[in-house]
Design a protein around this ligand. Structure first.
Ligand code: IPM
Ligand code: MG
Length: 351
């Protein structure tokens, strides 16, 4: 199996190195090739998604990505900024289904800012649509009106087929879990999401065993904090999913724990932590590599159909946590604070 490894910017290279180390330790003949993306792509080839990087990603069976972005690129033209490279590769590879599991490891219950009894046993799967919505809708841009004032425009749009295919992903996942789907929208205000709700109701008829509920996004944001265990699968659009998945990550103790898989219609995928590039802590070897390591496990499961090795990695992460190893973001008194590379070593040792 060929994996394109795209470390990206900020803490990206440090955390990806740990996931690569873990994959190598499995010794299952994975072929890994590195290429730059984001700010690193801009530095190397004047493009946040260099043509060679895209080619490598297309030729590979899966993509493992770190994170992109750094404040130093904020003044570049928008098309040259690191984030645009990430959005383009998602679009180019047609990775419309973004799975973000928020799972609380019991050892980390006290690392969450919420009361342990609110989060204990938490296991939510957020299914975020990733190639549509206001992220990609046209028209977009900043222009100057005839009166000289500037105006910013983005367009929220979804076609029926885009809603339908992400809906099917969510319902299929729910069938393998607790058979509950909560569709998150803002149907009381936004027509785009009124259609979203209608289509979700239509396709739910094909999954009579699954219980479908609907929630407005503002309420969902509140319920995630109030009583997160009411959720099994949440399905939502690109922008709401971006926001709610960051929120959900904090239920698990740290955003450094949340992996993600972005899949196309054939389960080819890109795997990345849900968090960003955190340039403020880059190059200090203090970031949490577990979200990236857990993303590598998702890669084995979803793209390579290798449940055995995916579970081996996840069990190794659990063991490292049970042994008391903690990076700074999940550290609590009485545990062992380790660096990013040491956490990688601990997972390899547990493996
Ligand atoms: C994410 C990130 C990206 C997004 C950014 C970096 C473009 O926040 O993967 O959640 O908004 O999708
Ligand atoms: Mg985000």
């Amino acid at each position: 199996m060929k994996i394109a490894v795209l470390p990206g910017d900020g803490i990206g290279p440090e955390i990806v190195a740990q996931a690569v180390k873990v994959l190598h330790a499995l010794n299952i003949g994975l072929e890994m090739k590195e290429a730059p993306i984001g700010g690193a792509g801009y530095e190397a080839a004047g493009d946040p998604l260099p043509a060679d990087t895209l080619k490598l990603a297309k030729e590979s069976d899966a993509v493992l990505l770190g994170a992109v972005g750094d404040w130093k690129y904020d003044s570049l033209p928008r098309d040259m900024r690191p984030e645009r490279g990430l959005l383009r590769i998602r679009k180019e590879l047609n990775l419309f289904a973004n799975l973000r599991p928020a799972l609380l490891y019991p050892e980390l219950a006290s690392a969450s800012t919420l009361k342990p009894e609110v989060v204990a046993g938490l296991d939510i799967m957020i299914v975020r649509e990733l190639t549509g919505d206001i992220y990609f809708g046209q028209p977009r841009g900043i222009s100057t009106l005839p009166n000289g004032e500037r105006e910013g425009v983005n367009t929220m749009r979804y076609s029926e087929s885009e809603i339908r295919r992400i809906g099917h992903v969510a319902f299929s996942i729910a069938m393998k879990r607790n058979k509950k789907v909560c569709s998150v929208d803002k149907a009381n205000v936004l027509e785009t999401t009124e259609l979203w709700r209608q289509v979700m109701i239509e396709i739910s008829k094909e999954y009579p065993e699954v219980e479908l509920s609907h929630m407005y996004v503002d309420n969902a944001a509140m319920q995630l904090i109030r009583a997160p265990k009411q959720f099994d699968v949440m399905v939502t659009g690109n922008i709401f999913g971006d926001i709610l998945s960051d929120e959900a990550s904090m239920l698990t103790g740290s955003i450094g724990m949340l992996p993600s898989a972005s899949l196309d219609a054939n389960n080819k995928g890109m795997y990345e932590p849900s968090h960003g590039s955190a340039p403020d802590i880059a190059n200090q070897d203090i970031a949490n590599p577990l979200a990236t390591i857990l993303s590598a496990a998702m890669m084995l499961r979803y793209s390579f159909n290798d449940e055995k090795n995916a579970t081996l990695i996840e069990d190794a992460v659990k063991k490292a946590l049970a042994q008391g190893y903690r990076t700074a973001d999940i550290y609590t008194e009485g545990t062992k604070k380790v660096k990013c590379s040491e956490m990688g070593d601990a997972v390899v040792a547990a493996l």
